[in-house]
Design a protein around this ligand. Structure first.
Ligand code: FES
Length: 106
């Protein structure tokens, strides 16, 4: 059974940026042909969902973006803006590489 990527985006911000980030991630997955394909061309479904607070702000540099987590790795990103979506999808889902500049400290 192929593993799936699940991306949960906090949409607890007053600005609503989390919803915009989730929408941008969905669009990027579609555009890059990675909705049903992941790392190394392996068949992997990707789902993007908004969620209530991930309680990640205590650990993140509070910024204008949203926090999100990508499973199965459990990688937390912070201050993600819609403009970061294409890079996140290409690097993390497409190549299995974390985007260092957006990582939240452990
Ligand atoms: S507001 Fe929810 S993780 Fe920051």
């Amino acid at each position: 059974m192929p593993t799936a990527y699940h991306i949960f985006v906090c949409n607890n911000q007053k600005s609503g940026v989390g919803d915009d980030v989730a929408k941008a991630l969905k669009n990027a997955l579609k555009k890059q042909g990675l909705k049903n394909l992941g790392l190394g061309g392996e068949k992997r479904k990707s789902r993007v969902q908004t969620c209530n607070c991930l309680d990640a702000c205590k650990r993140c540099k509070k910024g204008p973006g949203a926090a999100l987590v990508i499973y199965p790795e459990g990688t937390f990103y912070g201050a993600v803006k819609p403009a970061d979506a294409a890079e996140l999808v290409q690097e993390h889902i497409g190549h299995g590489r974390a985007v260092a500049r957006l990582l939240l400290p452990e």
